[in-house]
Every structure is written in C-alpha cells, then in structure tokens.
Design a protein around this ligand. Structure first.
Ligand SMILES: Cc1ncc(COP(=O)(O)O)c(C=O)c1O
Length: 467
C-alpha cells in the first residue's frame, strides 16, 4: 500500500519510487511479480500517469524492474544479489534533531535565533561587488592559494571598523579571517597550550565540545542567576577564560566595567588569555555599548572574536579574530603553510562592501530595523502577559529569554506553542547544571514585526492557563 504525503518536500514520484524500491528490497513484492500498470496505479493513487512513469523509469534505470513486451513491468530477482546484514554492524539511527510535535504541526511563526530574514540584505549591492571582484585586476587570485590570515585589504577594513565601532586596538597582522567563530576556536585550540578553560554557564555547548576534544580541561562557571564567573575564575587554575561580556549568551547580561577590569586583572596576573566573544556587538539599542574589553587591555591578554553572521548573514560564513601579539609566533608556526579556507571571491566582495561609503549607514539602518523588532516583541509580551512573563536580557542582540512565571516545564510550553503553530526554543542545552524549567529562548531575527505580534498573540492563546 503506497502512502503519499502532499506536505513532504519530496516530489510525489520519488515517494512512489522509494516505497516500491523498499518493498522490493524487503521482499514484500516478490521477484517476477507484475507491477500495476501505469494507468491503474495513477488512478489508484490519484496522480498523473507521468508521475508513475517517472517513478517506474527510476526503478527500471536502477535495475529493480524491467519492462516486458505485453506483460508490463516485472520485478527483477534481486535476492540473488542479497547481502546479509553483518550482525556486528549496529544500525545508526539518524538524529533528526526535531521535536515530533513540531514536525506534526506546521509552524507559521518561528521565533528562531539561528536564522536571519533576508529583508535588509543588500542583494543588488552584493551582486555589484561580486561582479567588481570578478572583473577587477585581482581576479588572478582565484587561480592561486592565498594567505591563511585572509585578504590583506579585507583585514584592513575590519581593523578600521573595529577601531571605530569597538575601540579595538591592533595591527592588521593580528587579524585572522575565519569561517565562523567555532572555526576560530578550532584554530585557537591548535595554538594555545592545553590547560584549563573557564566557560560560562549557561553558554554555547559547542565551545565545551571543541575544547574538550582538543585536550583542554573545561570548567563551567555560573553566570546566572548570580554572576559568579569572575569570583570562581579567580579561585580556579584556569589559564584561559572564554566570555561574552557585552551580551552574555544566552542571558543577555552585560558585564559591568568593574567585572571587565577584574577579568583583565586576572589575565595580567596569571598570564592567562581572555577570549572575548563579541558575537552581536552591533546590536545595542538603548545605550552606547561599552567598548570591547580588548580596547582596555594593556597586557596583551585579550583575544577578540567577531562575526558577520549577525550584521550580515550566517550563510556568508565569515568571522574574524584579533590575536594577542604573544600568540602570533604560535599561529605562524602552526599555520604558515595553510592557505585560507575562505573563498577569495567572498572575501573580496565583502571587502568592497565594507569599503563603500555607506557601510556605516547600512549598520545604523540594520540596528534600527532590529530595535523596532525588539520593541515590538517586548511590547507584545507586556501587553498580552503583563507580569506573568519576565523578560531576561537587556535592549540588545537578536534574542531574549522569557520566564513564564506560572509554568513548570519547557517541554509543555513548547508543545502548547507548537499546537498553535508557533515555535519557541528550549534553553536546556545551554545549562550545565540545573536549568530553570520555565525559561525559553525567543529569537526575533527571522520574523517581521507583524509576524512577531501575531506570534505572541498565538502564544497567549497557547499558554492561557499561565495567565
Ligand atoms: C555567543 C555566540 N558566539 C558565536 C556565535 C557564532 O557565530 P558564527 O556564526 O560566526 O559561528 C553565536 C551564534 O549565534 C553565538 O550565539
């Protein structure tokens, strides 16, 4: 019995082909038996004859069936080629990383933090700069391997940008163009001496994984509900501290000036390295951002990480790091023979984009655009949930945390939201120790303002028992 799903992204003929193929392989359709004629199967399944023809054609091309004059399509005896499954080979189940309730319920409002809407991205300009790169005199670089650190002129633009926007003080030689912050961290693991690394908890689980599998010992220090990070760091034997001081991820907490000074002090006294992850520094809505910690570093102990994933798009896959000078010899030793892993064309296009006069206007426009979304989101929660929802995070970034005061299970909140076709996110993966059960992550980089308002209204219906 063939079952078709109109919702699946898979074309119908592929669905038919796969099911028949599986039945043949499993022996549910025996060798030499005759398949339905094209016409009768098309009537049976209520699909066009062409769809059936295409499915049969695939099966025929792959040798599962053959066409016999006057008899129609006959199943080939493939059992003679049958290979028994090795009992020692365990079947690996592919983790779809999806919540079934979400699969079943079509999502209309996705409060994801992992996607950016394309609304603001200047497609025409990007196209123009790509063309300029391809028609320009440097195009010969496409024919060769280039500097591992990244294109010099792009690094120079990044240097100027960081100096003005974040007060970062460095030589262009300290800047390395990378393919996302996790790529930067992989590189760091090769050039820093293994030891203990202090991570924030809650924080990004991938950082823990990368450091651990590269032989570093990982220490997770709590930043929420109370920020004990620095106090615990001082007492630890850590030599490296990775932190998100401008906008702690995911709590949104901003380290005070005093806390930053303490971190710098720790770096200086222990000859340690403070890795400053400034992933969404462009988005600060209510006040001037504090300058980067790197700008206050007098002891060459801060390693600065930044990315274009938020201000442009994550699919561009370009980030950068500013190494402290003391790590440059280690970097050169490990990487002097490596060519850059970032496509030259993307680097050159980005260079043109950054060098254009209105790059800073683009950033201001983007900031206003996301501030309006942030205001809309917070306003909608206040209007519909009053004091039943606490908003954690402060006028910055592209996500907030919410605490649904009366609720006691993230899973239930997520399920109820999904039944109203809204997707909200668990924070479990970010916490090492006990994760508060009524906190969720809400991103607003993907939905527009109307969708944000409608999405929150749906959440009100979904969570009415907590109001
Ligand atoms: C705290 C934090 N650091 C780094 C990143 C990743 O940046 P990239 O896209 O450059 O890998 C993210 C992504 O959202 C993030 O939340």
């Amino acid at each position: 019995m063939i079952k078709l799903s109109k919702n699946k992204k898979l074309p119908i003929y592929i669905q038919i082909y796969r099911q028949i193929k599986n039945d043949i392989i499993n022996g549910n359709i025996s060798a030499k038996s005759k398949l339905y004629s094209v016409r009768s199967l098309s009537q049976e399944l209520n699909v066009s004859v062409n769809t059936i023809r295409m499915a049969y054609k695939l099966l025929q091309n792959e040798g599962y069936i053959k066409s016999q004059p006057k008899s129609g399509y006959i199943v080939v005896d493939i059992q003679k080629y049958h290979i028994n499954r090795n009992p020692n080979n365990k079947m690996v189940k592919v983790n779809q990383q999806r919540n079934s309730i979400i699969e079943e319920n079509h999502i209309e409002y996705d409060f994801t933090y992992q996607r950016m809407s394309m609304e603001l991205f200047p497609v025409m300009k990007w196209l123009k700069y790509t063309k300029e790169a391809l028609l320009g005199p440097d195009v010969y670089k496409m024919g060769q391997y280039n500097d591992m650190k990244g294109e010099l002129e792009l690094r120079e633009e990044i240097r100027k940008y960081l100096a003005v926007s974040r007060g970062v003080n460095c030589d262009v030689g300290q800047i390395i163009v990378c393919s996302g912050i996790q790529h930067s961290i992989e590189i760091l693991c090769r050039i820093m001496s293994p030891g203990t690394v202090a991570l924030e908890s809650p924080g990004i689980p991938l950082w823990k994984k990368i450091f651990s599998r590269n032989g570093f010992e990982v220490l997770e220090l709590s930043v929420y509900p109370k920020n004990n990070y620095i106090e615990s760091l001082m007492k630890s034997n850590a030599k490296i501290a990775i932190t998100t001081p401008s906008h702690q991820f995911p709590t949104g907490y901003t380290f005070s000036l005093q806390e930053r000074m303490q971190l710098l002090q720790w770096g200086a006294e222990t000859n340690g390295i403070v890795i400053e992850d400034d992933y969404d520094c462009e988005f600060r809505y209510a006040s001037q951002p504090l300058t980067a910690m790197q700008s206050m570093d007098l002891n060459d102990c801060v390693l600065y990480l930044g990315t274009f994933s938020k201000i442009l798009l994550p699919g561009i896959r370009i980030s950068y790091m500013v190494l402290p000078k003391k790590l440059l010899p280690d970097y050169d030793r490990e990487y002097n023979l490596y060519p850059s892993g970032i496509p030259w064309i993307t680097q050159k296009t980005l260079y043109h984009f950054m060098a254009m006069d209105d790059f800073s206007r683009y950033i201001s426009r983007t900031r206003i655009f996301f501030k309006e979304k942030y205001d809309t989101l917070v306003q909608a929660f206040k209007e519909h949930f009053k004091d039943k929802v606490e908003i954690i995070g402060n006028d910055a970034g592209l996500h907030i945390l919410i605490r649904v005061i009366e609720a006691d299970s993230q899973e239930t909140l997520i399920e109820k939201a999904a039944r109203k076709h809204v997707r909200v996110y668990s924070v479990n993966e970010y916490w090492t120790d006990e994760c508060p059960e009524n906190i969720l992550l809400i991103g607003y980089s993907f939905l527009n303002k109307t969708e944000i308002q409608e999405g929150v209204l749906r959440l009100k219906e979904a969570w009415k028992e907590y109001l």
